[in-house]
Write a protein that binds this ligand. Sequence first.
Ligand code: C2E
Ligand code: CA
Ligand code: CA
Ligand code: CA
Length: 279
Amino acid sequence: AKDEGRNTLRFFDPGMQAAVDRQAALSAALRTGLARRQFVLYCQPQFGHDGSLVGAEALVRWQRGADELVAPGEFIGAAESGGLIAALGMDVLEQGCHALARWARAPNLQGLKLAVNISVHQLRDPDFPQAVATLLAATGARADRLTLELTESVFARNPADLVDRMQQLRGLGVHFALDDFGTGYSSLAYLARFPLAALKIDRSFVQHVDNDPNASSIVEAIIALARKLHLATIAEGVELDAQQAFLTAHGCDVMQGYLLGRPVALDEFEERYGRPPVP
Ligand code: C2E
Ligand code: CA
Ligand code: CA
Ligand code: CA
């Protein structure tokens, strides 16, 4: 534990050590954090066209100490390059499936879906679909309540293997959403080849729908494209009433953002949204 404390200080002092050492220290700390179950889920609510709660996105945080909550931007990359993303990803999925099983027994959370972010590294593992099947069976979570969010990087390499793996997961009932849509460099042809249920419109477009004609045209085009391909649309990063109004007017299916609800700890999410509505 003392060593870990030293590593923490070193990591936050960029002038003192080579990046390679910092990376190694971070990997070691991540490993310890995993063993100590320090990775926790935050949930951000998602709302349907009529304003009703339809689900949540699980966003991982590293509870490194009582007062130290580390954002995923600071460790997901290191977990990927350090070979830890599979273990971390399974930890997140397991917590997510337990949540889904709990929600199924709570009157006001019953129908909710949970979206879990998946790194492309996880999908490269041929055993991943079986691991998900095992997890669903062990927790009792319904597969069709689980959405896996992938980024366009899945399209970059060996797509045939990945499509096959996605089909296996689809066979279990699991859904897929394509995250940060429009920011990658993928060919649109892939959209038809992959078993996707939804496109998530990236925040960089949503941010400007109310004031930039290019952004609003792009969002309109994404919604139209999704409709043609029978995919749902989810807007992320909705912060302003004007953005929500635009998205609603143009038929975006699901909305997520600080305007509607920030990510909160899982127990807080259940407490806040699981209550019967005030009459
Ligand atoms: P993402 O999947 O695009 O997640 C959305 C991010 O935008 C989250 O940041 C969320 O807190 C933030 N956000 C939501 N609404 C708003 C808004 O209205 N305005 C602004 N400015 N931001 C908003 P977070 O939680 O820091 O996550 C960052 C990224 O880390 C995620 O981006 C995702 O790529 C990755 N990540 C999070 N959890 C996991 C995980 O369990 N596994 C993997 N592989 N990656 C994860
Ligand atoms: Ca996401
Ligand atoms: Ca996203
Ligand atoms: Ca994004």
